[in-house]
Design a protein around this ligand. Sequence first.
Ligand code: FMN
Ligand code: SF4
Ligand code: FES
Length: 553
Amino acid sequence: MVLKPEDILRIAREEAERQRSYRYRINVCCSSGCLPFGALQVLKAFEEAIKEFGLQGECRVSRTGCVGTCSVGPVVLIEPGGYLYQNVTPENAREIVKSHIVSGKPVKELLYANEAFFKKQLRLVLRNAGKIDPLKIEDYIAAGGYSALIKCLTKMTPKEVIDEVIASGLRGRGGAGFPTGQKWNFVAREKNTPKYVVANLDEGDPGVFANRTLAEADPHAIIEGMAIAAYAVGAEKGYIYVRAEYPLAVQTLREALKQARSMNLMGKNILETQFSFDIELRLGAGAFVAGEETGILASIEGRRAMPRPRPPYPATSGLWGKPTLIQNVETLANVPLIILNGGSWFAKIGTPKCTGTKCFSLTGKVNNPGLIEVPMGITLREVVFEIGGGVPSGRRFKAVLVGGPSGGCLPESLLDLSIDYESLTKAGAIMGSGGIVVIDDESCMVDTAWFFTDFCVDESCGKCVPCRVGLLKMRNILERIMKGEGRLEDLDILSELGEYVRDVSLCGLGQTAPNPVLTTLRYFRDEYITHIFDKRCPAGKCFRSQVSMKEAP
Ligand SMILES: Cc1cc2nc3c(=O)[nH]c(=O)nc-3n(C[C@H](O)[C@H](O)[C@H](O)COP(=O)(O)O)c2cc1C
Ligand code: SF4
Ligand code: FES
C-alpha cells in the first residue's frame, strides 16, 4: 500500500471518530506483569460477556499495555471515567459488564482505590500505555502517532529537528544523561556513510522493567522516535537491540514493524518522500554488559558483547566503523512529543538542567510497587511514601537503592533529594536505566552490597583487570565480614579498592559497580562495624554470619 502523509492524517481522523462512537472502552492489560495472572482469560471473558449482553456495537474490548499497577493484575481500565479494576478474574469480568456497562454502576469493591499512586505521576512517555492496543497501528495513529514524523518529513529540515531536540534539553535515559540533541549533531555532521541508528532495549538491570513495558505497550512510539532520529542524522538503517528474554516485547515490536511497513511508514521513500529508513530487530543473549554501547555494537556485528575503549565514539565510528547513533528507547519515545509540542514546552517540565520525566520500576519493600513515570526533580520521599505508599507491614524504611545493581543505597536522611542526574551522582548513586528498590529494616546493608557486587562480578566481561579482579576481591572481603571474620582495616581496603575500580575500569560496568559498597560504607558504616566487632548481623539476615557463629566453638 502506498500512502501519503495526508492518508495517515485521514486514517487518524477516521479511527479517532470510530473510537469515539463507542459508549465504553474496556482495556485489558495483557503485558508481562498481568499475563501470568490470567489476563488473556480475562480478555476472553469480557469479549464473551459483551456478546452475551449484545453490546458489540457500543463497547470495544481491547488488549493493552501496562497501566503501572502490575502487582494487582490482571488490571482492567474502563473509559470513559478512568475506572481501574484490579485482580480481575474471568468470573468478575461478567459481573463488571453487567453492573458497570449495562447498569452504569461501577463495581466499587473491585476498583483500584489507591489514587495516590497516580497523583504525582506525569505520564508522557507512557502516554498510550494502557490506552491503546499495541498490536494495532491504527490505535497509535488515532492517538496522534506518526504525525510528528510527518511534520519532520514535510515541514522541517534535519537541522531544525535537531535544534528542537536541543531546545528541549532532553538527556539520555539509558543512564549517563548525555544531551540527546548534541549527540544527534555529532552523527549528523559526519560525512562517512552509511549511518545507523540503534535503539538500546537491553535493560539488563535486575528488577528493572520500564523499557520492556514501553515496548510491550507502545512499540510505535519507539519506532517513530527512531525514524525521526534517522531523518535528523541521515541514517537509512536502524537496529533495535532487545534481549531475547523479552519475548512479548520482541513479538510486539516485530508486529509493529510489519504494520509500519505495510503503511509505508517504514522502508523505501516513506510516505512518498525522499526519506528511506528500515529497522531490524537484533536479539541479545542477556548479559548486563551487552547494554553498554560498544558492547551492543560488537553484539550486532556478531561478536561477543565486550566493550572497547572510547574514543572513537560510536558517533564517529560505530557499526562496521560507520557513524552510529545509540539511544535508549525511553529517550526515543520522548522525541515525537518534543516535535509536536516544541522543545520549549518540554524544557519547562522537570528541572532546568534535567528536563522532562523519567520512568522507574518501583520495587522492593513498598506498598504500591509498579511502573511509574515522574517529572525530574521529584523527591525520593514523594516517590517512596506518596506514590509508593511507604513500607508495608509496619516495618521501618531503611534505604532506597537508585540506579540498578550499580546504583547507590541512600539513607532516610537523603529522602528529600531531588531525582536528577547531578543530585543522584553527588549522593553516590546513579540514575541508571530506571530502578528504585525500597529496602526496609529487615534487610542487612552489607548483604545488600554483597548481592549487587556478586551480580557485577558475574556480569563483568573480564576484559580489564580492575573490574575483573578488583570486584572479586571486594566481594570476597564482604563475604569475610558476613562470616564474622572481618577486620576493621577491611573497611579502608573496601573504600580504596572501590574507588580504584571506579576510576580506572574500562567501561561503565566497572566504573559504577562499586557504588553499592561505597554508599553503604558511607551511610551505613555502623552495620559493617557491628558485623566486625560484635560478630553479628543487626538485621539477622546474614546467613553466612549465622552459619559461622553456629560453627564457632
Ligand atoms: C554495563 C552497562 C549496561 C548498560 N545497559 C544499558 C541498557 O540496558 N539500556 C540503555 O539504554 N543503556 C544502557 N547503558 C548505557 C549505554 O551504554 C548508552 O549510554 C545508552 O544506551 C545511550 O543512550 P541514551 O543517551 O539515550 O541514554 C549501559 C551502560 C553500561 C555501562
Ligand atoms: S569494566 Fe568490567 S565489564 Fe567493562 S570492559 Fe572492563 S572487565 Fe569488561
Ligand atoms: S503489566 Fe498489567 S498493569 Fe503492569
